[in-house]
Design a protein around this ligand. Structure first.
Ligand code: SAH
Length: 243
């Protein structure tokens, strides 16, 4: 392999929530590529590096930019929020990487929103859980419905990524309608907005209430399982220890 690109999960926001490995890789990089929002989250010491970005939705171009820069002999790091391998760019980099066999790809793990959001809420994913994205940009809505149904059927804690966007304001409400066919109205839920960034907001509620909550694209939503309860204001999923 002649060159190497690091695909780095930055965690939810603040630099202190990045792993030491991610920080080391970014310190050694000549050029950092990423969506502008994430580049802006980087501290001043990284702002002095060469920073390159492409607008949202131009993910393929962002990936190709990395490979072109690596070909020039530069040390390239591509940054993603949370974990780069969870609704991130890692898989697309491997797909596009077929065109650039001389470049090795290294994925550096980050704290995903399910994990950082869970810590804010308490301990909601302390038993079997599943993660579902409500974005139907790349997944047909019918399949999302099928997965919501299956998750409810399996009594999983459900973590929802991409619960809303400008064009999909009612998706969380639609998802709740589907879940309410199998799950009782009083099931405990929670959500966290802007985890690890300015303006963190969090709340707990019932599934019935969640149906009418307005969330934005920087929110992660948690729906408890039958083993979840609110303890001192925190959302907790019990593992079943006998006390
Ligand atoms: N790779 C990211 C997920 C990208 S999908 C990760 O591992 O976390 C984008 C979705 O992730 C958002 O719609 C939101 O549901 C969730 N998310 C990412 N960062 C977040 C943050 N700081 N606060 C709340 N939710 C976040």
């Amino acid at each position: 392999m002649e060159s190497r690109i690091y695909i780095v999960g930055m965690g939810p926001g603040r630099e202190e929530m990045m792993t030491g490995e991610a920080l080391n890789v970014l310190e050694q990089a000549d050029v950092i590529v990423g969506y502008t929002l994430y580049l802006n989250l980087l501290s001043k010491s990284f702002q002095r590096k060469e920073l390159l970005s492409t607008p949202m939705r131009q993910e393929e171009e962002r990936c190709r930019l990395c490979f072109r820069e690596a070909r020039k002999g530069k040390k390239v790091a591509l940054v993603c929020s949370g974990d780069a391998g969870i609704y991130g760019m890692a898989a697309l980099m491997y797909e596009i990487g077929k065109d650039y066999p001389e470049t090795e790809l290294v994925v550096v793990a980050g704290i995903t929103a399910a994990s950082s959001g869970a810590a804010v809420l308490g301990a909601p994913i302390n038993h079997d859980f599943c993660v579902i994205s409500l974005s139907d940009l790349l997944t047909p809505w019918e399949k999302i419905e099928r997965r919501l149904n299956a998750a409810a059927e399996g009594d999983f804690v459900i973590v929802l990524y991409n619960p809303s966007s400008h064009k999909r304001k009612d998706y969380l409400s639609r998802a709740c309608d589907i879940l309410l066919q199998k799950i009782e109205e009083e099931r405990v839920c929670g959500y966290v907005e802007n985890i690890g960034r300015d303006g963190t907001k969090t709340a707990t509620c019932t599934l019935k209430e969640l149906k009418d909550v307005e969330v934005n694209m920087f929110t992660t939503v948690f729906i408890g399982s039958s083993g979840s309860e609110i303890i001192n204001g925190k959302l907790v999923t019990k593992r079943g220890y006998r006390m």
